[in-house]
Structures are given as structure tokens and as C-alpha cells.
Design a protein. Structure first.
Length: 511
């Protein structure tokens, strides 16, 4: 079953690939020799952790999702490893709205024709088993421009369903899925089907989040299946069995070295989300980023480089990324203005081992689409691209739109950067030439599935990108001059992030 298909890869700009050229000389920091660290961070070191994460998933119902025991066991394992290396480990626990499927949702057309339709429950769907007439709600077929269909956005869209069990058939469009679902429930419908809007890129099986609990089962389906249900008076059966808990707890793991540095007010936060989706063990997403930064943390101490640190490095293993970057949001929101100003940079590693990988670098300077990160992000991007260029490894920018854990950091003006090896998106022929691998195949065809296991990795990707990540951490920690002056960092704002959270629900679309 495929879920939440709109992860970071959806925003990759394949039209603007380039073999990374050095940025203008003025933005170039003095190179830092990180070879000790990149040599020490090995594939085997990272694989040891990845195997352990697989074992943890095996022992815990096949997943490591936040709010479930597999994540807690992952936190315990990483914490004990970090402590062995001398880190002071802090656990930051917070409450979040948990939801998962206990059984796969089903959608069956009963009349005029009996057939099974591919479906998936939307996040925070209610539980139920409903058979009844299907009522099309203000549909636009064929659709107009993407994101304009008003279906279900107004209470007045819904005719009185009458006394019999009733199913609302709603089209994706101009308001959140959650609004459509709540309107259907309020109008007296017993279940809702939301189908994709119909334009190019909006035709496949619809997955997404309702943003909060809804009392009726709400399932997604493709545009074609939605149109077929609407074509003739239909009856259907919708089933969903979910678990929703608004007060579930989960934990960010934060590790610091108890050691003085030259610039204690320039903290480098190196992050990766440790949680998986509930559907699988999450070895690539994001065991790979987690194993990588754990290995960097260990080797940073072991090689003695930590003793030469110019600025503190804080390693963060975020929770509940898969529920909307919730751990990273919680962390940034919990910082005072003064503490935000002390974060020099955020480095983020969310998937570096995709089997059919690309070498994407977050587009800090906005060269691909004009969507630059906060001042300083261009310099961070350049740390990665210069390194990869030097190693004769092609890279490409991936749009910096905040759809991973760096999101809350850039929202308050903290510069950020990182790497990404690709998710469910399809590798183009041009990319296959650039990065190797197979054109026409997903970067990670097990993305967010049960098969994202220990076999779902490219050791070459882990080798190349793992070293690039180590180089970036080493550079930011050890650079005497720093990448950018104080003027760059003063931008951190005291902005409240609460309202923004809804718009940044990470891997799952809200509308
Ligand atoms: Zn991820």
C-alpha cells in the first residue's frame, strides 16, 4: 500500500539539473580539512546502526513510528550509543495527535456494478463500516485549474442525505481535506470519499491528512475512480479502522558535548528524523539519515576533532516528522529568542541511502526556482556542492520549501542545508546520466512501505552522501572564520510557529 506520496521528492525541479558549479568566490568559506572525519565515517559504521534499527522494527510490529514502541526503542538505542561517546543526552518529550490504520481501508462499489476500488484512509479518518448511496458533492468534471474545485468546501454544497446511511463523494480542490470531511460529517453523511482533482499530477490515488480527527471514515481514491462513481447513481461500501489519540507522547533526542568552544553562541544543529511511518521499518526513511549523523557524532569524538571545535555541534534525532515535522517544530518553538539567535545553522539529512539514488543538495541560494533559504543557506549549500564537485560527484539542487525538519528553522530565519537521495519520485533519463541508476524507476520504490527494510539501500549512496554530510558537519564545526558573519545570523525571529504548522505538514498534503 502506498501512502503519503507527496514527500519532498514532489518538489524536485528536474528541469534545472546542473553539475554543481562553484558559487561566486566571495561566498566561499576557507576550506576546512575534514578528511579525518570523512575517512572515519564508513559505510560499515552506518550499516551497523541500520541493522540495529531493522532489528528494533522486527521486534516491534514492523515499524518505528512515533507514538509506538519501535520508536521508543530506537530512541533508547541511539541515546545509549551517544552516551558511550561522551555526549550529554537530553530527551524532549511532547504530546502530538497520533493516528494510524489498524486495518487497511476498503472501498467497494456495490451498484450499478460490483467492484473493488483502490483506496487508502486519510490520516485522522474515523472508524466505520458504511454501505449506502453515493452523493456527488458539487463536482467539476472535467476540472478547471488545479486547486480550484469548490466541492465540499461550503456547508451548502451538501444536500440533505436523508435517513439512510449516506456517503459523500467529494473532489480535491480549493480547501483542506479536513474542511471537506468535517462539512460532510456535519451535514449528516456517514462516510466520505475524496477523489483526486483530475489535472496532470492530480490523477492518482489520493492520500493526505485531515489535519485532525474526524468522526466518520474518510478515504481517498483516484480521479478516474471518483468520476466512475459519479457517472451513474451508485451505492458503495466504505470501511476504515483507525486508531486516533490526541494525547500520545513522543520524544526528540538531543545530544551535546560537554565541552567549551571558541564560539559558544554559534550552535550547529545537525538533525535527522528517527521516526518511521507506521507502515514499515523506515530503514532508508529515515534510518539512513539517523545512522549517518550518529556515526558522525561518534567519529567526531573518536578522531579527536571535537577537541578542535570552534563552535558547538548539537545532534538532534527528531520525532514525529512523518506527522508533520512535529518534533522539529516543537524544538524550535521551545527555544527563547536568545536561544534561536544562538543557532548558527541547521543541517538536515532525511534519506541518504535511496536504492536508485540522486545527489540532491537543498537549494540554499534559490538558483533552481528563486526560493532561497535564509541568508547563510547559500554558503551552506556551497559546502556540499564544492565537496561533491571535488569528489567528481554530480549533484542537483532540490527546492528549499520547508517540507522536512529544516522547515521550522528556516521559518524563523535560521540558515539551513542538507542532502536528500530521493523518495517516490521517478528518476529521469537526464538524472540517470548524471547520477547513474535506472531511469523511469523511483529513487526509492519502497518509500513509506513495509519493504523499506535493510535491503532497501544503496551502500554507494550511503558512502558518498554520508561523507558529504560528515564534511559539512566538520566544516561548520571547525571553520575558524565561519561561513558567514554575525549579520547573517541576526535574522532569527521571535515568530510564533503555531499557525504555520498546519501548512507544513511535511510528507502528507492537507489539500
Ligand atoms: Zn523522511
Amino acid at each position: 500500500m502506498r501512502r503519503a506520496l507527496y514527500c519532498t521528492a514532489a518538489v524536485i525541479l528536474t528541469g534545472s539539473l546542473f553539475v554543481s558549479a562553484p558559487a561566486d568566490a566571495t561566498s566561499r568559506p576557507k576550506p576546512v580539512d575534514t578528511s579525518k572525519l570523512t575517512r572515519a565515517v564508513t559505510v560499515n559504521g552506518q550499516l551497523k546502526t541500520l541493522r540495529q534499527l531493522q532489528v528494533i522494527a522486527n521486534r516491534n510490529d514492523g515499524n518505528r513510528a512515533s507514538g509506538l514502541p519501535g520508536h521508543e526503542a530506537s530512541v533508547a538505542y541511539i541515546a545509549s550509543e551517544l552516551k558511550k561517546s561522551g555526549y550529554k543526552v537530553t530527551k524532549q518529550t511532547f504530546t502530538f495527535p497520533f493516528s494510524r490504520d489498524l486495518e487497511a481501508a476498503t472501498l467497494t462499489q456495490l451498484a450499478p456494478e460490483k467492484q473493488t476500488i483502490e483506496t487508502v484512509a486519510m490520516d485522522y479518518s474515523g472508524t466505520g463500516d458504511v454501505s449506502g448511496a453515493v452523493t456527488p458533492i458539487n463536482l467539476v468534471i472535467p476540472p478547471g485549474e488545479a486547486g480550484t474545485t469548490p466541492s465540499g468546501c461550503a456547508a451548502s454544497d451538501f444536500p440533505d442525505p436523508g435517513p439512510e446511511p449516506a456517503i459523500a463523494l467529494i473532489q480535491r480542490g480549493s480547501c483542506d481535506f479536513g474542511v471537506k470531511a468535517v462539512n460532510a460529517e456535519d451535514a449528516g453523511y456517514d462516510a466520505a470519499i475524496i477523489f483526486n482533482e483530475g489535472q496532470e499530477g492530480r490523477q492518482e490515488l489520493l492520500t493526505g491528512t485531515l489535519g485532525g480527527p474526524v468522526g466518520i471514515p474518510v478515504v481517498g481514491t483516484s480521479y478516474d475512480d471518483g468520476v466512475a462513481l459519479a457517472a451513474a447513481p451508485s451505492t458503495a461500501r466504505v470501511t476504515a479502522r483507525t486508531e486516533v489519540d490526541l494525547n500520545r507522547k513522543t520524544t526528540n533526542l538531543i545530544a551535546d558535548l560537554p565541552r567549551k568552544t571558541q564560539h559558544p553562541d554559534q550552535v550547529v544543529v545537525v538533525g535527522a528524523h528517527l521516526d518511521s511511518v507506521a507502515e514499515g521499518p523506515g530503514v532508508n526513511d529515515n534510518g539512513s539519515g539517523s545512522a549517518n549523523i550518529l556515526e558522525i557524532a561518534k567519529q567526531y569524538v573518536k578522531t579527536g576533532l571535537a577537541k578542535k571545535a570552534q563552535r558547538p555541534v548539537r545532534f538532534a534525532f527528531w520525532a514525529a516528522e512523518e506527522k508533520g515535522l512535529l518534533g522539529a517544530y516543537h524544538y524550535v518553538e521551545s527555544l527563547s529568542d536568545a536561544q534561536r539567535d544562538k543557532i548558527y545553522a541547521n543541517l538536515n539529512f532525511d534519506m541518504i541511502g535511496s536504492p536508485n539514488y540522486a545527489r540532491y543538495v537543498y537549494d540554499g541560494d534559490g538558483s533552481s526556482d528563486g526560493n532561497a533559504g535564509p541568508a547563510g543557506s547559500a554558503e551552506i549549500e556551497n559546502v556540499f556542492t564544492s565537496y561533491l564537485t571535488e569528489k567528481k560527484l554530480a549533484s542537483a539542487p532540490t527546492s528549499f520549501d520547508g517540507r522536512s525538519d529544516y522547515g521550522p528553522f528556516i521559518e524563523v530565519g535560521i540558515p539551513a542545508g542538507g542532502l536528500f537521495s530521493g523518495a517516490e519520485g521517478i528518476k529521469s533519463a537526464e538524472e540517470a546520466t548524471l547520477f547513474g541508476g535506472t531511469a523511469g524507476v523511483a529513487y526509492d520504490s519502497c518509500y513509506h512501505q513495509a519493504c523499506d527494510d535493510i535491503t532497501n539501500l544503496s551502500t554507494r549512496a550511503i558512502d558518498e552522501l554520508g561523507d558529504a554530510a560528515a564534511h559539512s558537519v566538520g566544516t561548520l564545526a571547525l571553520s575558524k572564520t565561519g561561513l558567514y558573519g554575525d549579520a547573517k545570523r541576526k535574522a532569527a525571529s521571535s515568530k510564533k510557529l503555531g499557525a504555520a504548522k498546519r501548512d507544513a505538514l511535511g510528507h502528507a498534503p492537507t489539500r
